[in-house]
Design a protein around this ligand. Structure first.
Ligand code: BGC
Length: 662
């Protein structure tokens, strides 16, 4: 559509860098405007010259954060989130949404975990892929980010992620590889270095792996400010440097004149940019707005409701009974709905007070007290909170972490709640035996100091505009909890296998290799607070009749019944893990390879089927520079969490001898 021949050398060089914070070069009207906007949990459209420019973003629907999409384990929900945000992109003319991020949650301390899906590569990749499909189905482009190995926020501009090839391919690049199947229009490279070379200048990652191995055909753009020397990044095939960079043109021109880059190097990226702009023009033809404002809000409530995780429910304290309730905590009034940084959404939606929602729904007496203000001051009205709690039959206590603690560009410093929140829980639990704690947070929280004192815990994540309505629906039993943790909750940061090497200054050694997260805890027999894949329901499910039907030398169909033993329909996430029994290299105890979230009728059952392919049995061989399945026995494990395996069966891989190295 746009012919490179119609552009001068200078114009081609200008194409390789943005003209301001959000737009691409237009070559005096030869090219249409392309406007990029954040982000993963809602549109953050900043600085549009037509709208007066500046730093203030427009109002948009605040979606549940990606942490919730992870805990939802539902590709349908991820697709719905993407497609809801894309509607607002279409309405405001944003051509590319700078999302989703599929980086692995290597440590619960990473400050950006709320923007990422999971610690598991298959779960993160599949949900990322679905999100991209949702956005691009509306004719809006996406940016799969942050490629790669950006797993810590401290020193993110300069730290080097030092990692071996097998770990890189099996764990950290796999979610990108899977999500790329949805053909995102762009990939955003990360700020950090990988084995000493910045992502933006890393030809091995950008060309050899991303394009030549994974087959990516879109453009690679730099994270904002991640491009250092434009000529070096050009050599690495970084197509677009963002945002504008004053010296970019001169750096490339000078390198060209000195013979360090050729016109072919420039043409390679310039052509990619033109093809990308042409693709966006094609995509524009299918642009549509599907949802009304009210429907977009309903989508946030649905996603939030189906992604909160019930961690504890002793004596069936939940759903709440039709008896008096005391709601405590300022977050009940002004919930923490989103982490901070470039993904923060400016919403105009005013949350209804959780106490009012509970009162309307249950028609019982509901008392309320702030108990604390913000994150910086101490407890307020401590005595009256306790008096009120003592009088009520049930207490709902809302605690958590707001953007002052959870924000891009800084890691978290602790896994425990603020001391004042813990103190409040302890004080209230002394006077009331039916305490339910609701946690609003973006990553794992250490609940161990106080969880034995309370009967119920609901992990809400960040539910966006849907936060309080979703919490109310779950607490009252209007909806049945159906989220599960997409990350391990450790007892303490010191229990995290990667911790000794994590974010320790300029060099970030991934010495734990493939044994991090649940893989690391299981291999090293470290007890965890809540295991990967864990989450309770008001229903009870049984698993029966596992069959493994061989469909090839190293592939099969796994089928099993999920039976709902309750009187109401409910959703269950079932998880399929593979354990390599006979392999002669190190492998984790087991790895998630498939999952399914299904609505099971009251007292009914559903037969669930998933397929496993050769790749699901393979490890990455650094000798072969390829994925390799070693023939022999594998266990197929089906469970309700990584720590609750209900069914198992044996599978034997029988690849021909020519494919084996024995
Ligand atoms: C973030 C990206 C974001 C970009 C533009 C960067 O600081 O890392 O995720 O898309 O800013 O706002």
């Amino acid at each position: 559509m746009y012919d490179l021949k119609n552009f001068t050398l200078d114009e081609k060089i200008r194409l390789l860098t943005g003209i301001d914070a959000w737009r691409l070069y237009m070559a005096d009207g030869k090219l249409p405007e392309v406007f990029l906007s954040d982000g993963p949990h809602g549109l953050r459209r900043v600085g549009n010259p037509k709208e007066g420019g500046g730093d203030t973003t427009i109002f948009a629907t605040a979606m549940p954060n990606v942490v919730n999409l992870g805990n939802g384990w539902d590709e349908g929900l991820a697709r719905l989130s993407g497609s809801t945000i894309a509607d607002e992109c279409v309405m405001h003319g944003s051509d590319v949404l700078l999302a989703p991020g599929v980086n692995i949650k290597r440590s619960p301390l990473c400050g950006r975990n709320f923007e990422y899906f999971s610690e598991d590569p298959v779960l993160a990749g599949r949900l990322g892929k679905a999100f991209i499909e949702g956005v691009q189905s509306k004719g809006v482009g996406t940016s799969l980010k942050h490629y790669a190995l950006n797993n810590s926020e401290n020193d993110r501009y300069s730290a080097s992620s030092e990692i071996d090839e097998r770990t890189m391919r099996e764990i950290y690049l796999t979610p990108f590889e899977i999500a790329l199947q949805a053909k995102p229009t762009t990939v955003m490279c990360s700020y950090n270095k990988i084995n000493g070379i910045h992502a933006s200048e890393n030809r091995y990652l950008l060309k050899d792996i991303l394009r030549d191995t994974f087959g990516f055909e879109g453009i690679v753009i730099s994270d904002w400010g991640a491009c250092h020397n434009r000529f070096k990044s050009l050599k690495a095939t970084l197509d677009l440097c963002m945002p504008e960079k004053g010296d970019a043109f001169d750096q490339v021109k000078e390198a060209y004149e000195k013979g360090w880059v050729s016109e072919e190097d420039i043409d390679y990226c310039a052509e990619n940019v033109l093809t990308f702009i042409a693709r966006l023009q094609e995509m524009k033809k299918i642009r549509k707005v599907e949802w009304t404002k009210e429907e977009r809000h309903e989508n946030t409530v649905k996603i939030a409701t189906e992604s909160m995780v019930l961690l504890k429910n002793d004596d069936g304290v939940l759903p709440l009974k039709k008896r008096s309730i005391c709601v405590l905590g300022e977050l009940a009034k002004k919930p923490a709905i989103c982490g901070g940084g470039s993904s923060h959404v400016r919403t105009e939606y005013t949350q209804k007070h959780l106490a009012d929602l509970l009162k309307e729904t249950l028609e019982v007496e509901v008392d309320y007290e702030d108990a604390y203000h913000g994150h910086t001051c101490g407890l307020v009205g401590a005595r009256s909170s306790i008096e009120r709690a003592a009088k009520a039959d049930q207490v709902v206590l809302v605690v958590g972490e707001d953007t002052s603690l959870v924000c891009e560009a800084m890691n978290r410093t602790a896994l425990r709640l603020l001391p004042k929140h813990e103190m409040l829980i302890e004080n209230v639990a002394r006077v009331n035996e039916n305490v339910i704690v609701v946690i609003e947070a973006g990553s794992a929280i250490d609940t161990s100091p106080w969880q034995h004192l309370v009967k119920g815990i609901l992990y809400a994540g960040y539910g966006g505009d849907g936060t309080n309505e979703a919490i109310c629906a779950l607490l009252c039993g209007k909806s049945v909890p159906c989220g599960k943790l997409s990350e391990t909750f450790p007892f303490a940061a010191d229990d995290v296998v990667s911790n000794p090497n994590y974010a320790r200054g300029g060099i970030d050694r991934y010495e734990e290799g493939i044994l991090y997260g649940y893989r690391g805890a299981e291999y090293n027999e470290i007890p965890v607070l809540y295991p990967f894949g864990y989450g309770l329901s008001y229903a009870a499910f049984d698993y029966e009749n596992l069959t493994v039907e061989k469909t090839g030398d190293a592939s099969c169909t796994v089928s099993y019944d999920v039976i709902n033993r309750s009187d109401f329909p409910a959703k269950e996430i079932s998880e399929v893990y593979v354990r390599d029994i006979s392999c002669r290299v190190l492998r984790p105890e087991k790895e998630l390879k498939a999952f399914s979230k299904d609505l099971i009728p009251a007292n009914g059952k559903k037969r669930v089927s998933v397929t496993l392919t050769e790749r699901d049995f393979a490890y990455y061989s650094v000798n072969l520079k390829d994925w390799y399945v070693e023939n022999g026995a594998f266990d197929i494990l089906v469970g309700a969490s990584s720590d609750d395996i209900r069914l198992s069966a044996r599978f034997t891989a029988t690849l021909p001898e020519e494919k084996q190295f024995t």
